[in-house]
Design a protein around this ligand. Structure first.
Ligand SMILES: Cc1cc2nc3c(=O)[nH]c(=O)nc-3n(C[C@H](O)[C@H](O)[C@H](O)COP(=O)(O)OP(=O)(O)OC[C@H]3O[C@@H](n4cnc5c(N)ncnc54)[C@H](O)[C@@H]3O)c2cc1C
Ligand code: FES
Length: 281
């Protein structure tokens, strides 16, 4: 069992939990993720390790409540425990060797972006960070990102905070202003990552994205997380989740992500399940 020792509400549907997991905390690197199960009837969901403390033996997870399991997770409190936590999984991101990096986070993707931003900054790169959300209440980790960025830009789709518009507006401005950017890291909704990949391609700047393919076993055995990268089939869990954005087939990814939409909606609209107290799962 993995005990939750700290819980923080970052935004109405965005929660942070710090979990005791000494074995994972000892080995995890930026870019790795875990797969968890809340209880014996729960589904397995992947979450990125947003931060870790090797001395305390804890890892931090930040998640957006989008469906059954993340809503259930959001109802757990300090002192509660998770049944399974497998990890660290995935390839960690290469951090060394970059001088100027633009980090772009959209919505809950900002939680996934934070550990990479921190790692680039600590490795000595100049870090320009852009984070965006639909509206002010959904912005997360502004202070944390500010502490590990040389410059921080904030956007909201509705103009309630920062620049009124998309993260790609600022990305274009920065790419126009800085001709020495080595790398752009873009993490967020698939259309946002696709737009960042297309924009950076025009400027000839490398762009890494982190793919949110549906995962089941996280070991490369089930095939659930197949994606097409550079015309080849890759498994997001073992070959990724970070890939060269210029090579990703985003349209195929969007198609695969929508496979279970109907079933997910049915589960959420079922009164019995939505409370999370039932025994029907
Ligand atoms: C490597 C990786 C790291 C991730 N890290 C984070 C993170 O740090 N914070 C965060 O908020 N979210 C993260 N996600 C997304 C998170 O896994 C999904 O939001 C979660 O699984 C939703 O489950 P649900 O039952 O609440 O929602 P559901 O109603 O079941 O699904 C809602 C949507 O979530 C996605 N999803 C559902 N099940 C899975 C699954 N098993 N694997 C992948 N995606 C799924 C689908 O796009 C689906 O349409 C990550 C996904 C991947 C692949
Ligand atoms: S999650 Fe099963 S192959 Fe990647």
């Amino acid at each position: 069992m993995y005990r939750i020792i700290r819980k923080k509400v970052l935004a109405p549907t965005m929660k942070l939990i710090e979990v005791e997991a000494p074995d994972i905390a000892a080995k995890v690197l930026p870019g790795n993720f875990v797969i968890l199960r809340i209880d014996e009837k729960g589904e397995r969901i992947p979450l990125t390790v947003a931060d870790y403390d090797r001395k305390k033996g804890t890892i931090t997870l930040i998640f957006q409540e989008v469906g059954y399991t993340t809503k259930h997770l959001g109802r757990l409190e300090e002192g509660d425990a998770l049944l399974d936590l497998v990890g660290p999984l995935g390839e960690h991101m290469q951090i060394e060797g970059y001088k100027k990096v633009i980090c772009v986070g959209g919505g809950s993707g900002t939680a996934l972006l934070y550990p990479k931003t921190k790692a680039f900054y600590e490795a000595g790169a100049k870090v320009l960070t852009i984070t965006g959300a639909r509206t002010k209440e959904l912005l997360i980790l502004l202070d944390e990102l500010d502490a590990v960025s040389d410059e921080l830009y904030v956007t909201t789709d509705d103009g309630s905070y920062g620049h009124h518009g998309f993260v790609t507006d600022i990305l274009k401005e920065l790419l126009d202003k800085h001709d020495d950017v080595d790398l752009v890291v873009a993490i967020g909704p698939v259309p946002m990552m696709k737009a960042c990949a297309e924009l950076t391609r025009e400027y000839g700047v490398k762009c890494i994205v982190s793919l949110n393919a549906i995962m089941v076993d996280g070991t490369g055995m089930c095939g659930g997380c197949r994606v097409i990268v550079g015309g080849e089939t890759k498994f997001t869990c073992v070959d990724g989740p970070a890939f060269d954005g210029h090579l990703v087939d985003f349209d195929d990814l969007m198609r695969r992500l929508s496979y279970y939409k109907k079933h997910e909606e049915e589960v959420l609209s079922n009164e019995c399940c939505s409370g999370g107290e039932c025994k029907c799962h």
